[in-house]
Design a protein around this ligand. Structure first.
Ligand SMILES: Nc1ncnc2c1ncn2[C@@H]1O[C@H](COP(=O)(O)OP(=O)(O)OP(=O)(O)O)[C@@H](O)[C@H]1O
Ligand SMILES: [Mg+2]
Length: 650
């Protein structure tokens, strides 16, 4: 995170990237993909839900037919006054009508319940797929993307997807079925009245298209503003200490006001537009209702010839259900119009979810794996199931044979060039030769490229040119997980996870026993402070271990790397916040652990690197000096100046 809380919020915290600007579009290919993914998530239950939706929609449309029947029976009774006959006719119709409504309610209930289960399940699966994908992405994805953006995909964008699959799509389906069914029933009764309704509905669609399009634009913007506000809050929360140190509360507030007002503006416009849609459609619907009554009345009085699918004569028994259907028709069209925003927002959100899912994963074409090995006195290697404390590279060849090479920690970099961003080279012609058991140190100014070299050894990034060999094997052939398992790394930035101290140490090797974790902590010099914590090894750590001191966090990180008992260890500024006495203790422990194993150390404190077998001095991405401490002192070059300079500073 940047430590510049005063910077403009637009720059510090991110809008969900790729938020479409301007007029939102209905991207049918995204909609298709959502529907496909949704159908695939519950292939059996979704057809059942669709059936229930269609059934309840049809069941809700049919009563108009019965109403017409019932009204015509009452009309007949009015003329003939044959109550018994009318009763015998009307009762079964009423029972059928009630039955229809009952079934409609039951199927609605079924689809809402199963619907909740499958939509939440679908979202759960999507989040899972996203997280799974995220774990496979190369580090440069996280370097370039604002973390607030990625968070926003999990929260805001998934929420728009929820609205889409739980509300918009079912509503569209249901309303579509009702509108089609009602349209046919209307045509069955009267062509002229149907034409009046269709004309009214076209007017509704026109208005809602205008207003809906306007509000959708602001809903998409609101979504982007929300992401920006969230990112800003997150950043300010992380930067609380820096904000207080520099008295930047006011600027931080100003920055927040800016993003908050943008959010307010977009949300206000989106909702103002959207809220006006309902009343407008409602009133057009009322007008239509009146129009249908008037036109129906005129048709009735003028004895006009009724044109319909049924050829039924025009009568009150047609006008009554027709008025009901008009309400139903406009009500459903209104519902569809209301879903327009969810549809647009859902597709924008889904676009970002799919963009994450479509990211190229980190390529790993390594086929050389790391196995536990038993090595006899003649040097013959056999693979073992159990942990033997020795390892071998298992190298399958094209001809089907397998060879084993002992893992020794022989690391060779040959003329390595590297750049994080194309065109901005960071490392030039780096050659390092580390024999097993050697301690190799990198020193040099800030930004010289020390951490970058270690990032290449574990293949966080791939080199642009040159070669890296590990026990004689090109590291590109080694499966990444195995390569990283063979390297114990204490990163420059300490990261502890929520959990106990013991959990955090065990992170190094999940099958390590409590005793092994405690032994590693003792070796790392962490045991003495851990046992003094309120709950010792069971003390809960939160917020990256904010209840510990910086040095204590580093000691836990060292213990975590040590419990993995790796053949090669990389320590990047691992002891930078630890006092010299504790450091000497850590070193003694490490030296014992690292006997016959290779260690790379990066340190600004020269006392840490003095006893290394070879020291590389880096300057602007090049190795400018190499040799032992005494060689380099004697050479009176950069190292000499750094070293004596550090004495001066002390
Ligand atoms: N993820 C990254 N993306 C782009 N450039 C980077 C990245 N990480 C580091 N750099 C650049 O690479 C150069 C070397 O950085 P590196 O982290 O290796 O320095 P360092 O020697 O470890 O410094 P320090 O002593 O401060 O830890 C720097 O100029 C830095 O700006
Ligand atoms: Mg560094």
């Amino acid at each position: 995170m940047s430590s510049k809380p005063q910077a403009s919020p637009a720059k510090t915290a991110g809008a969900p990237s790729g938020a479409p600007a301007g007029k939102p579009k209905l991207d049918i290919s995204i909609l298709k993909r959502i529907i496909r993914a949704f159908l695939k998530s519950y292939p059996k239950l979704i057809p059942l839900v669709i059936f229930c939706i269609i059934f309840s929609a049809v069941a809700a449309s049919l009563p108009a037919l019965f109403t017409q029947n019932i009204v015509s029976i009452i009309e007949k009774w009015y003329i003939t006054r044959d109550w018994e006959g009318a009763k015998a006719e009307i009762l079964p119709k009423i029972i059928l009508l009630v039955g229809m409504y009952g079934l409609s309610i039951l199927s609605s209930l079924a689809y809402t319940q199963i619907g909740a289960y499958i939509t939440q399940g679908f979202l759960c699966k999507m989040r899972c797929a996203m997280f799974d994908k995220m774990q496979d992405l190369p580090l440069n994805f996280f370097d370039r993307k604002k973390h607030g953006d990625i968070m926003s995909v999990y929260t805001n964008d998934i929420d728009t997807l929820r609205q889409l699959v739980s509300q918009a799509i079912p509503t569209l389906l249901q309303a579509g079925v009702v509108v089609t069914a009602v349209l046919f029933i209307m045509l069955y009764f009267s062509l002229w009245l149907t034409l009046v309704v269709v004309a009214g509905v076209l007017a509704i669609l026109f208005v809602s298209g205008k207003i809906g399009g306007g509000s959708a634009k602001f809903f998409v913007r609101q979504q982007a503003s929300l992401g920006r506000a969230e990112g800003y809050i997150q950043e300010m929360m992380n930067g609380q200490r820096v904000i207080k140190v520099f008295n930047h509360e006011e600027q931080s507030q100003k920055g927040f006001d800016e993003v908050n007002n943008a959010l307010y503006n977009d949300s206000f416009k989106a909702h103002a537009f959207a809220n006006s849609l309902g009343p407008i459609i409602f009133n057009i619907g009322n007008l239509l209702y009146v129009l249908v009554s008037v036109v129906g009345g005129i048709l009735l009085l003028s004895q006009a010839k009724n044109v319909s699918l049924s050829g039924m004569a025009f009568s009150v028994s047609i006008i009554v259900p027709f008025l009901g259907m008009t309400k139903q028709f406009t009500g459903n069209v209104n519902q569809v119009a209301q879903q327009f925003n969810s549809l647009i927002m859902g597709m924008a959100g889904a676009g970002r979810v799919f963009a994450l899912l479509d990211r190229e994963p980190e390529v790993d074409d390594g086929y050389v794996t790391l196995v536990n090995a038993v090595i006899d006195e003649n040097g013959n290697i056999t693979e073992s199931e159990k942990r033997t404390g020795r390892w071998a590279w298992k190298h399958p060849h094209g001809d089907g044979t397998i060879t084993y090479t002992e893992l020794k920690g022989d690391v060779l970099l040959e003329d390595v060039d590297f750049s994080y961003i194309e065109g901005k080279q960071v490392l030039y012609d780096i050659s390092v030769f580390a024999k097993p058991g050697q301690k190799v140190a990198f020193v040099g100014a800030t930004g010289a490229g020390k951490t970058t070299i270690t990032n290449l050894l574990n293949r966080f990034y791939d080199i642009s040119d040159g070669k890296i060999r590990y026990d004689g094997i090109n590291i590109k052939k080694i499966r990444k997980a195995d390569l990283r398992r063979s390297l114990g790394i204490v990163l420059q930035e300490t990261n502890l996870f929520t959990g106990t101290v013991m959990d955090n140490i065990r992170y190094g090797r999940l099958d390590a026993t409590d005793e092994e974790c405690i032994a590693a902590a003792k070796m790392a010099g962490a045991d003495s402070f851990i046992t003094r914590l309120p709950k010792g090894y069971s003390t809960e750590l939160t917020n990256n271990g904010s209840n510990l001191s910086q040095g204590q966090r580093q000691l836990i990180a060292i213990a975590r790397a040590a419990v993995a008992d790796p053949p090669v260890m990389i320590l990047d500024e691992a002891t930078s916040s630890i006092d010299t006495r504790t450091e000497a203790m850590v070193q003694a422990g490490m030296d014992k652990l690292m006997e016959n194993r290779t260690v790379f150390v990066i340190a600004h404190r020269l006392s840490t690197v003095m006893n290394s077998d070879v020291i590389m001095v880096l300057d602007h991405g090049r190795i400018i000096e190499r040799g032992s401490h005494s060689d380099l002192i004697a050479a009176k070059g950069t190292y000499y100046r750094l070293y004596t300079g550090s004495f001066d500073a002390d």
